[in-house]
Design a protein around this ligand. Structure first.
Ligand code: HEM
Ligand code: HEM
Length: 164
């Protein structure tokens, strides 16, 4: 039997993680400043390091919660896509969700490789490629949610918020 809604822990994880991800996407300046200093061989103050560490620890929290979230999904499942959704867009939603899950791991891992092991290519992947892909996927994800809410008028938004 598939559930009709996401469970309360799944919903809390979805929105809590969204906050943490947007925090790291929007407020990455501490980490960027640290990276800039290290690249130029300039001294790093304890304050610079603390700001960079906030980014790193928030990223690790995302990684840890992603493991919990996937575990919960395996145990509790997820609701069926609504029948109002055209087959092609249903596949697009599935692909977007899958890639978002991949990025919940790829972002922290590539960031850690750059931060702790000084791997420049991992930093480029993290800060250029994966960051851009994440923003694109989030735009598509938000677009999908809006389409469901206002065009197809399904209960997709409700099952990730108040529950149905
Ligand atoms: C960083 C931000 C976000 C990430 C990483 C994210 C990720 C995900 C993932 C992976 C799923 C699939 C859940 C599953 O079936 O296992 C999902 C579902 C969902 N998300 Fe997000 N999301 C984010 C932000 C948002 C925002 C801003 C909205 C809407 C305003 C939203 C609305 C929804 C809805 C309505 C669902 C349920 C979709 C369905 O039942 O088919 N999400 N999200
Ligand atoms: C989902 C989690 C994460 C997100 C969304 C994220 C996001 C970002 C963003 C937006 C930037 C700035 C890119 C730019 O415009 O220049 C950045 C840079 C960086 N982040 Fe993360 N990050 C995450 C996790 C981590 C973790 C866990 C670490 C380290 C342990 C880390 C280390 C770095 C480093 C070293 C940079 C600078 C890389 C460079 O400029 O080459 N990040 N991150």
């Amino acid at each position: 039997m598939q559930p009709v809604s996401y469970s309360i822990p799944q919903r809390i994880l979805h929105w809590g993680m969204a906050l943490l991800i947007f925090f790291n996407l929007i407020f990455a300046d501490g980490m960027e400043h640290w990276h800039h200093l290290v690249k130029r061989g300039q001294p790093v103050t304890p304050d610079d390091l603390a700001s960079a560490n906030i980014h790193a620890y928030v990223g690790f929290a995302i990684l840890l919660l992603a493991v919990v979230r996937i575990g919960l999904r395996l145990v509790q499942g997820a609701p069926q896509p609504p029948s109002a959704e055209p087959a092609l867009l249903r596949m697009a939603a599935k692909l977007t969700h899958g890639l978002l899950y991949v990025l919940l791991f790829a972002m922290p891992v590539s960031g850690a490789a750059a931060y702790y092991f000084n791997i420049g290519s991992a930093g480029d992947l993290h800060a250029d490629v994966l960051k851009a892909v994440l923003w694109l996927l989030l735009a598509a994800h938000l677009g999908g949610a809006l389409l469901h809410q206002f065009y197809w008028k399904t209960d997709v938004m409700a099952r990730m918020t108040r529950g149905v």
